[in-house]
Design a protein around this ligand. Sequence first.
Ligand code: DGL
Length: 281
Amino acid sequence: MSTPKSVAPLGVFDSGLGGLTVVRQIQKVYPHLSIIYYGDTARVPYGTKSPQTVTHFSRQIIEFLIAQDIQAIMVACNTASATAVPVLKDEYPVPIHGVVEPGAKAAFHATQTGKIGVIGTNSTIRSSVYKSALKRLDESLEVTVQPCPLFVPIVEEGWETHQVAEITVREYLAQMIEQKIDTLILGCTHYPLLSETLRKVLPDSITIIDSGVAAANAVENIVESPMEVIPKYKYYVSDTPERFSEIGTRFLGHPMENVYYFDVDRPWTAADIQSAPKVTP
Ligand code: DGL
C-alpha cells in the first residue's frame, strides 16, 4: 500500500470573505489539499483603492504566505488579480495565479451569442483585464462591463439576500439585461455570495460564470494535490474575525476551526506567525 504523501499547502488570499468562494470550490475538487487563507478584513475593500495600494497590500500578504512554505498562491481576488498579479507574478520563487484568465475562458466556452457581461469592483472594471482577456480569445465578442461597488459592503454585512441586495442588483444589471447578454462573469469573488439574489433578478437565459470556481477548477494544472491525507486549513484575518467566522462557516458548510489574527502591515518574524492568536474556540 502506498503511503499517503504530504505536500505543501496552497496559499489563497482575498481582501476579506470573498475568496472563501474559491476555497469552497478547491475543497470540493481537491479534498486532500491543505490551504492557508489570508483575508485582509482590516483593509477591505480593495476595489476602491489604487493599483499601487492593492499591489502593496498583495506584496505583504504574498510574503506572509511564502514564509509558511506554500507550494503556490491563488489570488482569490479579482481586484488583486487585475492590478497586482501582472506586477508581482515574476518577483517570487512560487507560482502566483489569478482568477481572471480562467473566468474569461469559462465565459468564452459558455456563450452562444457572443454577448458577455462582466461585473466587478471599480478597479477591476477600470483595468479592462476581462475585456482584454476575452478579446484575446475571440476579437468578435461583444463585452459589456459594469462596476458594482456596493456589492462588496452588502456581502461583508451579511445582507446578500436582503431586499437592499435585490434593489441594488436590479439597478446595476438593468442595462446588461436590456442589452441581452447571454453570459455574465462575476468578476469579483464576493459576488457568488449574491448568487441567490442574482438568479432571482436575471433571466434564466443568462449563464452565470463564477471566476473563482473557474480558477479553482484549474488548480489541478498549478498544484500538486496529495492523496489520502487529512488536509489542514488555516485562516488568517487582519481584523476582528467574528463576522468572518460566522459568514465563513455558513458559506463553507463546515465550522472554521482555525482562524487566527495576524497583521501583515506590522514588522513580523516567522516566530510571530507561530504565536499568532487563535480567535476561534
Ligand atoms: N473579492 C475581491 C475581488 O474579487 C475584492 C473586493 C474588494 O475588496 O473590493 O475583487
